[in-house]
Write a protein that binds this ligand. Structure first.
Ligand SMILES: *Cc1c(COP(=O)(O)O)cnc(C)c1O
Length: 429
């Protein structure tokens, strides 16, 4: 039934009906580690999967499940799994299909920690990553070999703002019998639904726009349920052959279309344990109720801030895919109706020193490395997150000394422009 409602309606209602015990209208927080069995037979039925219900909150919790169903409805998948952070979701996704000797082919425009996971952490467990420049799909194709398990990209990359050509990447992946995995954190399903463009798995940091208030960490994996794992059975033994870590279960037989999310739940979450707390799940689910109205306001504000900065004498360049001057603007139109969420970057004249001065001169806009909050946030990477990097390494990581990143929030636009204008004035003065 939920799928019949429009996005805004599902965001408010999907995943939760007033519970039968109390008729609570707001989603209740089931703050419990475990659930009681009626009797021995009941526990046996639960463990055998013959009865629906809950056993232990690492294996499932009603509040977390309600959030999962809400996100699954918004992304239009066959199943979703919430985890303790975006990073946990990204890591669990790769580990669900890749093991020793395997590799992931990934666009290099990535969130820094995801880049670190692929370039340094997963190799310690035998999973390699090969990177391509996000527009160079010929290179992407060259990197695919017999041990490749997936192609990965961010729909709007953090912090570069690069917009991936999802349809072309999905076509390429499927031609090679591979799934396309997309991190949809910055775009959110309100602006972009990667499954509509051929993606097979979507991951999110719900810490950002989904939760929307900068108060709770969380991540989620969503399975489109369309990838034909059994047609490429030799390549995906973790899904198509008996799995020791799950009593010899064959996930494609046990879960059908939802084999990927089934293994991610039963093996990755159950044994690695990156659980999302029920209180966090409730807060994120509540945040999602206002996702559509927040994103409308954020896109509106960011567009005006972008055009204001473009004309400002203290600013040398502005990078925001919703602006016509951005090299990925056509893609923003193709995949997001010309909108581009709230992350934009610009160059401040005067380099590193001016960037630091601007950051300090802001009075309303908060200095923070986070994004996706209702509050507008600023980060000057060269003097904060990237301060240990040499000018050369800064350039390589795509972060110039003068780069300032804004995550535009939902405040009144005039107040944002006033704060930016007074701070920029102090930098040129
Ligand atoms: C923040 C972020 C992550 C990591 O999420 P956490 O919730 O901080 O673990 C992953 N991908 C993208 C694009 C992000 O912005």
């Amino acid at each position: 039934m939920e799928r019949l409602w429009r996005f805004e309606t599902s965001a408010v209602h999907a995943g939760y009906d007033p519970d039968p015990h109390t008729r609570s209208v707001a989603m209740p927080i089931y703050q419990t580690a475990a659930f009681a069995f009626d009797d021995t037979q009941h526990s046996a039925d639960l463990f055998d999967g013959k009865a629906e219900g809950f056993i232990y909150s690492r294996l499932g919790n009603p509040t977390v499940q309600a959030l999962e169903q809400r996100v699954n409805t918004l992304e239009q998948g066959v199943g979703a799994l919430a985890l303790g952070s975006g990073q946990a979701a990204v890591a669990a996704t790769f580990m669900t299909i890749a093991g020793v000797g395997d590799n992931i082919v990934a666009a290099s425009s990535l969130y820094g920690t995801t880049y670190g996971l692929l370039a340094y952490t997963l190799p310690q467990y035998g999973i390699q990553a090969n990177f391509f420049e996000y527009r160079d799909l010929d290179r992407c194709e060259q990197l695919i070999d017999d041990n490749t398990k997936a192609i990965f990209c961010e729909s709007i990359a953090n912090p570069s703002g690069h917009v991936a050509d999802l349809a072309a990447m999905a076509e390429l992946a499927h031609r090679h019998g591979l799934p396309l995995i997309v991190d949809n954190t910055i775009a959110t399903p309100y602006l972009c639904r990667p499954f509509e463009h051929g993606a097979d798995i979507v991951v999110h940091s719900m810490t950002k726009y989904m939760g929307g208030h900068g108060a709770t960490l969380g991540g989620v994996v969503v399975d489109a349920g369309r990838f034909p794992w059994t047609n490429h059975s030799g390549r995906f033994p973790k899904l198509t052959r008996p799995d020791e870590s799950s009593h010899g279960k064959i996930f494609t037989e046990a879960y059908g279309d939802a084999a990927f999310i089934g293994r991610c739940t039963e093996v990755q979450l159950r044994t690695m344990g990156a659980v999302l707390p029920p209180t966090s799940a409730c807060m994120i689910a509540m945040g999602i109720e206002t996702l559509a109205v927040r994103m409308d306001r954020i896109c509106f504000n960011a567009g005006i801030v972008g055009r204001f900065l473009l004309e400002h004498p203290a600013v040398s360049w502005v990078s925001y895919p919703a602006l016509p001057n951005h090299p990925d603007h056509e893609r923003a139109k193709q995949y997001m109706g010309g909108r581009a969420s709230g992350v934009l970057s610009f160059g401040i004249k005067g380099g590193c020193e001016a960037g630091a001065r601007l950051q300090d001169a802001l009075t309303l806009i908060r200095r923070s490395t986070n994004i996706g909050d209702c509050k507008t946030l600023v980060c000057h990477p060269a003097s904060t997150t990237h301060r240990k990097l040499s000018p050369e390494d800064l350039r390589k990581s795509g972060v110039s000394e003068e780069l300032v990143r804004l995550s535009v929030g939902i405040e009144h636009i005039e107040d944002l422009l006033t704060d930016l204008d007074q701070a920029l004035y102090q930098c040129v003065a």
